[in-house]
Design a protein around this ligand. Structure first.
Ligand SMILES: [Zn+2]
Ligand SMILES: [Zn+2]
Length: 114
């Protein structure tokens, strides 16, 4: 194998590069995400969300607010993680924390009865 098999690609001219950059700049628009309010570069000027996640989170919020539910923000009593939920019954960030809390309670009960 000799490097002669790989011909040097012709470097693009400065004009070519400048043209490409202006095309990109025209396409990229700075938009404000409707989900989180952060500014982001929208490549087609159509995206109003900076990510698929923000898009679905925003629509979930709309749906929940229509149902009269409001976002609740609290800290998990087990791991102190911040939780955002529409559920009125949720107490822990995860099943794991819920189980941990239950077993802690059970432990306390047991130590009291002993
Ligand atoms: Zn966003
Ligand atoms: Zn937790």
């Amino acid at each position: 194998m000799s490097p002669a098999f790989m011909p040097d690609p012709k470097p693009p001219s400065l004009e070519d590069v400048a043209k490409r950059v202006t095309i990109l700049e025209e396409r990229v628009k700075t938009m404000e995400c409707r989900g989180c309010g952060r500014e982001f570069d929208s490549t087609n000027g159509q995206n109003t969300f900076h990510s698929e996640k923000c898009n679905s989170a925003y629509h979930l919020r709309l749906r929940r607010e229509k149902e009269g539910r409001h976002l609740r923000i609290f800290t998990c009593p087990v791991c102190s993680e911040i939780i955002e939920t529409y559920s009125t019954t949720k107490k822990y960030c995860s099943l794991f924390c819920s189980v941990t809390a239950q077993s802690d309670k059970a432990k306390i009960k047991r130590s009291k009865t002993l």
